[in-house]
Design a protein around this ligand. Structure first.
Ligand code: ANZ
Length: 981
């Protein structure tokens, strides 16, 4: 029965799938109707989807960028269709080095380029049809936003970390502890162990008190070794340095000791570790974080210095090896070096220290070169009384443990290499342990040589006969029981260096009085970034903010004032450092919950409604930087009662990279620079001496070069000659390629998608040619979201054709007439539909979008073949497609006569009863040889099957003249007729 068109609003004829018109129309409607605006709604369950927000670079988006955004948008739309209240915001990580480098080169204010880049990003994003609630947009460089970054920093400055309550506490509590009992009984995270009485505290000057507090503050000013990048004029975080050069710009990085702001991230090490057990992240990211945090449980032990009245402490994870210690090693930076270096060794030690100064921490850890020097002093083994030499070597790091170790060359590879190199004794302790260059790691086995033969140990202590595990425990107990040391947990995680000597970042809300930092009052935030004349350091080497004229703090009027008024009495200089890139990205997810709030980072109400991010999508490159800092930041805010959840990101999905497919032309090498350049086609290049040159992929089609376009692209090759694939050349024929072999074939390789490799594909171009819905489908169809894969446009037509086929279920592609009927669907059509509902629902939940799309293609083919135009079926199909291809879905949803947006429809549920198979197909064999297929009702009895097979005319020739012995039926699979030969 044809649908009564006069009643329904579906009587327009539509000739073809006009994606340009449709996408424009719906993008406008979404804006007009505020389709993606979301408000807190207590009556509905929330779902928070978040993308790692982009840094708006000058190059704009390429097809790799939207991959994660599309994946999360599909999920957001899916959850909304399942009736959840979905928050899906977007914003910009707007501070950063590239804009500032550009500013230095061109004199343009980085704010200007940043805004231009943001506008370009927005334009590109809008074309792809995301369901972002743009009313919630944040930009980290906006004062209304960074007010809360400064606010959090101020709170960190005003807090210390209590190891007793395992949380951040107000610094006032610490002050009152000091007033009452000095440092006694304090169990707090600290830079170094301090020991003072209440009287001593009270007798300190203000400056001394401030210096003391700095030892405990969560945001503190510390003297640390930093990665200094002279080329950029700033320090960099470890994750901003790759292979000794800056990640951005590739400038060399050196080690330098400097005063810097630091965040006491290390205080949260255990909580950062524990939290990993509560989140749904991949094992590999969790493992990366665990390694970064690097928890190590061991023992600190005291060793006396021979003939001197003092001892020092070492950290070991293998206390059980105490009887194999044959020397001690100090880090070159250790304060002990000076005390333990004897007169006769002084010169040698000084030379060695000068050498080490030039080496970075990375060199020292990765380099296997053995270097070191004897201090001249000896230590005493507390268990045996043996005198052992104390050495100094760069393989012991100052910042880890105590910066001093007991060396056990029989069971530690670095100690072994050292002992071999300097001819020190090696004493094996564990039975069967193979003491050789390769194998030391004797963490299992029976201890046999502890104490070594003929030696006596303190109180007759012996480890012989124990397993390593037992021996470690026994030693720990002995050490603590005899006052020789204590059990200690160490973490590799370091405090984060939090200042940069740059312009384009958040200013610190800090002024300096008597060299000590003080915070400007909370109600005076934000402290806005001042204008400066140039964006580089001053002549005297101060950071760029040193150029600002109005950059002092008036403590009477509580306002920024002119630097000329500084009297260090009521007017003080402001901080010249700015905050690093990760400052603004550490709590942005909280701000999206309540982006316009002028009174708080986020209101209690909004925070309690949205809680935390349910699904976070972003790249693995943030595994140790952003994902550690933001977890730390959130835990701190949690301690303050601002964020109700301990962990910010419940589920994390890492999208893979879309790589570029680069193309090359091959230039024949020649010394004759007057001759026209010659390029040889791929298949002939091995006959020449050539240099491959990247060529813009946009002038190559199916690896065939558009020669005219190439000449236009690179004017220096305007007179170039070409040797074609068939060996002919351009000199003695026309310049146009043809398919008969007179073509120039390019080579190709899969590389990172990047402007410098000319392999960037712009999503705008794809949208222009095929539409956003095709782009969305195609990016997901390329393969599993988490996998990296090359961009390859070959399959894009298939996705586009699929959408056309989908359209043709609704409209006749010749007449444009509506085909929709009120006919009841057939059982087969219902089966196709419900199979699809089940598959798509489950696949979306598992982020297996590519398989969901394949299922869609199969289903649309089935429905097309069975000429299904049933409104009942098509309605559900539209809803299923809506997360993937929202524009076409809206258009067809409207065509079916629905009011409003398909976004507010209800996700269909599949019914198992439609999925039940009603028929089965059996393979019929004779003496084990498969001959043909036959279909039976699902409930057919064996006797009926046998009868039908024997009567089937196709069986005749196999049965002829032979005696039938029996018929074997394997349910739902095979019928085998056994004949006597
Ligand atoms: C004796 C020993 C014997 C060790 C043995 C290991 C094996 P993790 O697990 O990483 O914490 N160590 C301690 N402080 C160090 C420093 N500042 N620089 C370099 N190495 C240091 O490693 C702890 C082990 O690394 C410690 O245990 C110590 O060597 C060394 F068969 O002590 B061990």
């Amino acid at each position: 029965m044809a649908l009564d068109l006069s009643e329904k609003k579906i009587n327009q004829t539509k000739m073809e799938y006009n994606f340009r018109e449709i996408e424009k129309k719906w993008q406008q409607k979404w804006v007009e109707n505020k389709t993606y605006r979301v408000v807190e709604d207590e009556s509905r369950k929330k779902f928070y989807v978040l993308n790692m927000f982009p840094y708006p670079s000058g190059a704009g988006l390429h097809v790799g960028h939207p991959l994660g955004y599309i994946a999360s948008d599909i999920f957001a739309r899916f959850k909304r269709l399942q009736s959840l209240n979905v928050l899906n915001p977007m914003g910009y990580d707007a501070y950063g080095l590239p804009a500032e480098q550009y500013a230095i080169q061109t004199g343009q204010h980085p704010e200007k380029t940043t805004t231009e880049n943001i506008n370009r990003y927005r334009e590109q994003l809008d074309k792809i049809g995301f369901s972002f609630d743009w009313d919630r947009e944040v930009r980290t460089c906006d004062p209304a936003y960074y007010k809360w970054t400064q606010w959090a920093f101020r709170k960190m400055f005003g807090s210390y970390y209590s190891n007793d309550t395992k949380q951040a506490r107000p610094i006032e509590e610490l002050i009152s502890h000091f007033e009452q009992q000095g440092s006694k009984g304090l169990n707090a995270a600290q830079s170094e162990e301090l020991d003072f009485t209440a009287d001593k505290w009270k007798a300190m000057s203000e400056k001394e008190q401030q210096q003391t507090l700095m030892n405990y503050r969560i945001a503190y000013m510390g003297e640390t070794m930093v990665n200094w990048c002279p080329g950029l004029g700033t320090v960099l975080a470890n994750d901003e340095v790759v292979d000794g050069v800056s990640e951005r710009g590739g400038y060399p990085v050196v080690q330098k000791k400097m005063r810097q702001w630091c965040l006491r991230v290390s205080a949260y090490a255990q909580r950062l570790l524990d939290g990993l057990d509560t989140v749904d992240w991949t094992d590999s990211i969790k493992e990366t974080q665990r390694n970064w945090i690097g928890r190590s449980e061991g023992t600190e032990m005291q060793f006396k210095v021979a003939n001197q009245d003092f001892d020092f402490t070492i950290f070991t994870t293998r206390a059980d090896t105490i009887f194999g210690v044959t020397f001690m090693v100090l880090a070159p930076e250790s304060e002990l070096v000076e005390r333990l270096t004897t007169e006769s060794q002084k010169k040698e030690v000084e030379e060695y220290l000068a050498y080490v100064k030039k080496r970075t921490e990375l060199d020292r850890m990765s380099d296997r070169k053995v270097t070191g020097v004897f201090s001249g002093s000896y230590a005493v083994n507390p268990f045996t009384g043996d005198k052992i030499p104390v050495w100094i070597s760069e393989y012991v790091l100052a910042g880890y443990g105590t910066g001093a170790i007991m060396a056990v060359p029989a069971h530690d590879s670095r100690d072994y290499a050292f002992a071999k190199h300097f001819g020190l004794p090696i004493v094996p302790l564990i039975e069967g342990a193979d003491v050789s260059e390769e194998s030391f790691d004797a963490k299992e086995g029976i201890v046999t040589n502890s104490p070594a033969d003929g030696k006596t140990a303190l109180d007759g202590f012996s480890l012989n006969g124990m397993t390593v595990k037992e021996a470690i425990e026994a030693t720990k107990t002995f050490v603590t029981g005899h006052g020789l040391g204590r059990v200690k947990v160490n973490y590799r995680l370091r405090d984060a260096i939090f200042s940069r000597q740059r312009y384009w970042g958040e200013p610190f809300p800090v002024y300096y009085k008597d060299e000590m930092p003080y915070m400007i009052p909370e109600d005076k935030l934000p402290l806005e970034l001042p204008e400066i004349d140039e964006y580089k350091p001053t002549e005297t080497g101060e950071p760029p903010l040193g150029r600002a004229k109005k950059w002092a703090w008036d403590t009477v009027k509580n306002e920024v004032t002119d630097k000329s008024r500084i009297d260090n009495h009521t007017v003080f200089p402001l901080e010249l450092f700015t905050m690093p890139g990760f400052a603004g990205s550490s709590a942005y997810y909280l701000r999206y919950m309540d982006p316009k709030n002028g009174k708080a980072l986020v209101s209690k109400k909004a925070d309690e409604y949205w809680q935390n991010v349910d699904l976070y999508v972003g790249g693995t490159e943030h595994a140790t930087g952003h994902l550690i800092y933001s977890r730390f930041w959130n835990k701190f805010l949690h301690d303050l009662g601002v964020s109700c959840k301990e962990e910010p990101f419940q589920k994390l999905v890492n999208q893979g990279m879309i790589q570029g497919r680069s193309n090359f032309v091959y230039r024949v090498n020649s010394d004759d620079h007057d001759k026209a350049p010659v390029f040889v086609s791929l298949g002939r290049k091995d006959q020449y001496d050539v240099t491959p040159i990247h060529v813009d992929v946009n002038i190559v089609d199916n690896d065939i070069l558009d020669i005219e376009a190439f000449k236009a692209w690179r004017p220096e090759y305007a007179n170039a000659e070409f040797i074609f694939e068939d060996g002919s050349d351009s000199q003695n024929a026309s310049h146009t390629s043809d398919s008969t072999g007179r073509i120039y074939k390019c080579g190709w390789a899969v590389e990172k998608m990047s402007k410098s490799m000319f392999n960037v594909v712009n999503p705008d171009m794809i949208v222009e040619k095929y539409g956003a819905d095709t782009l969305r489908l195609y990016e997901m169809f390329l393969g599993p979201v988490e996998q990296s894969k090359p961009w390859d446009t070959n399959g894009i037509d298939g996705c586009h054709r699929f959408l056309k086929k989908f359209w043709n279920l609704f409209y006749d592609n010749r007449t444009g007439e509506s085909l929709i009927t009120l006919d009841a669907p057939t059982a087969d059509q219902l089966k196709s539909l419900h199979k699809l509902i089940k598959k798509v629902t489950q696949d979306i939940e598992n982020f297996s979008y590519n398989t969901a799309i394949s299922a869609f293609m199969i289903c649309v083919n089935e429905l097309g073949q069975s000429k299904c135009h049933s409104r009942e079926v098509l309605r559900e199909l539209i809803i299923l497609l809506a997360p993937f291809a929202p524009h076409i879905a809206e258009e067809l949803w409207e065509a079916l006569g629905n009011e409003g947006s398909v976004c507010d429809a209800q996700w269909p549920a599949w019914e198992e009863r439609y999925l039940v198979e009603s028929e089965m197909q059996l393979t019929v064999s004779f003496n084990g040889k498969a001959r043909y297929q036959k279909t039976f009702p699902m409930d057919a009895q064996n006797a009926d099957i046998e009868k039908a097979v024997l009567e089937d005319e196709r069986s005749g020739k196999y049965l002829e003249g032979l005696q039938m012995l029996k018929v074997i039926i394997v349910p739902k699979k095979i019928v085998n007729v056994v004949l006597k030969k």
